[in-house]
Design a protein. Structure first.
Length: 185
């Protein structure tokens, strides 16, 4: 039987292989549970770099943690989650990045000065675009249904930065401690 499979694969053209691979990938995507909520939860691990985890919650209750590779992509993603109808980039840059700095302080136990230094070492548009792309990669690795849960291209929404799932009224669950701390800002 293994020989038959090998022969069949060897006789396939490149286009046939691509087609078969696309079919397998589509079937895998349909088998994966679709997330129905995004949760920002207080991390239960001691000595963590960030106080909060971002989780995708599926209908069957399965939780998938989004593994961000760096602090700024997590910051940009959470900032975008907190703006359901989206925002213009210049809003994020307003008042010397005040809202971003405050959120950074809540998430990382650090003053926002490090964030400002990082932003000022490059130009803001490049900084923002880069970390939006990094957050998309993290979402893609967490779910095959990434298109709804990743930060979308601002060009698609009159220049607004948003997450389609959230903009369409999807459920975002904020940890009470984050909600309480944000109300004091």
């Amino acid at each position: 039987m293994t020989e038959n499979i090998k022969e069949m694969i060897e006789s396939m053209t490149t286009d046939e292989m691509k087609q078969r691979l696309a079919e397998y990938m589509a079937a895998d995507q349909q088998l994966a549970p679709r997330p129905i909520a995004v949760e920002i939860r207080l991390s239960n691990i001691k000595n963590v770099r960030c106080r909060y985890d971002v989780l995708l919650i599926a209908e069957n209750g399965q939780e998938t943690e989004v593994k961000f590779r760096d602090r700024y992509s997590r910051l940009v993603y959470i900032y975008t989650l907190l703006h359901p109808q989206g925002y213009q980039r210049r809003l994020a840059a307003a008042n010397n990045y005040k809202a971003l700095r405050q959120l950074y302080t809540l998430l990382y136990f650090k003053e926002g000065d490090a964030l400002v230094k990082t932003i000022e070492s490059t130009d803001f548009d490049h900084f923002f675009s880069h970390y939006i792309a990094q957050s998309r990669n993290a979402i893609r690795q967490a779910t095959p249904h990434a298109s709804d849960f990743a930060i979308d291209r601002p060009q698609s929404h009159d220049g607004k930065v948003l997450i389609p799932f959230v903009a369409q009224g999807g459920t975002v669950i904020l940890d009470n401690s984050l909600r309480n701390q944000m109300s004091h800002l």
